[in-house]
Design a protein around this ligand. Structure first.
Ligand SMILES: C[S@@+](CC[C@H](N)C(=O)[O-])C[C@H]1O[C@@H](n2cnc3c(N)ncnc32)[C@H](O)[C@@H]1O
Length: 198
């Protein structure tokens, strides 16, 4: 599990390969990006992009905007950069080796933020979500998705994880929460929320 939270070395490269090729992972990332309803001119940030599946889907949608990503794993920055090389060369995708507690700054407020199976690894997630909310424009959107992967995880585990995400988002000041579920085994929950309009 540690390798999925902070992929390093050869084991980290293998974890990245698994995340990039597992069918459910691919489906989950595509689904979350579709739920976020990214518009062509959007500025979007992904936290913990791993091998970069959602980054590729975001770049396909925000094709006149900008897609940013941060991940604290150098191995994942390498894999995601190779996967998205053309969009990076075109200056439409920008991937940084960075941790969430040292967020880079952005020239303009962001339209949307997402994190897929990443929040569970964050220290002080309520504080981190407050920091992320400050990067969003008023009425900007966030999507946090979770598919519990540990042995024995069930649909109930997903429901509990979704409740935790809702609590964290509410504590961080997000509103208009909505939960969507994708029927994989175990199911994926995606909690969508909004930075309150001014
Ligand atoms: C389980 S992987 C999920 C990867 C990808 N989102 C996916 O669904 O395929 C979690 C990712 O979050 C990243 N991560 C975890 N905590 C982080 C933090 N505090 N700052 C930046 N990245 C983080 C890890 O390096 C890893 O790439």
């Amino acid at each position: 599990m540690r390798q999925f939270g902070y992929p390093r070395g050869i084991a980290g490269r293998m974890a990245g390969w698994v995340m990039a090729h597992r069918r459910s992972n691919r489906q989950r990332n595509r689904w979350v990006v579709a739920l976020l309803e990214v518009q062509p001119t959007d500025q979007v940030l992904e936290i913990g992009f791993g091998p970069g599946l959602a980054i590729a889907a975001l770049a396909g949608r925000a094709n006149q905007g900008q897609v940013y990503g941060i991940d604290h794993s150098k191995v994942m920055v390498g894999q995601a950069s190779r996967r998205n090389a053309a969009a990076i060369r075109a200056h439409r995708v920008h991937l940084a080796h960075a941790t969430l507690d040292r967020l880079p700054s952005f020239d303009e407020p962001l339209d949307a933020i997402l994190a897929v199976n990443s929040v569970g690894f964050w220290a002080d997630p309520a504080q981190r979500l407050q920091d992320l909310r400050r990067l969003l424009r008023p009425a900007g959107r966030i999507a946090l998705a979770t598919q519990p992967r540990y042995p024995g995880a069930t649909a109930d585990t997903t429901v509990r994880a979704a409740h935790e995400l809702q609590d964290l988002l509410t504590q961080a000041g997000f509103t208009q929460l909505r939960v969507e579920t994708l029927g994989l085994d175990p199911p994926v929950a995606c909690v969508l929320a909004t930075n309150p309009p001014k």
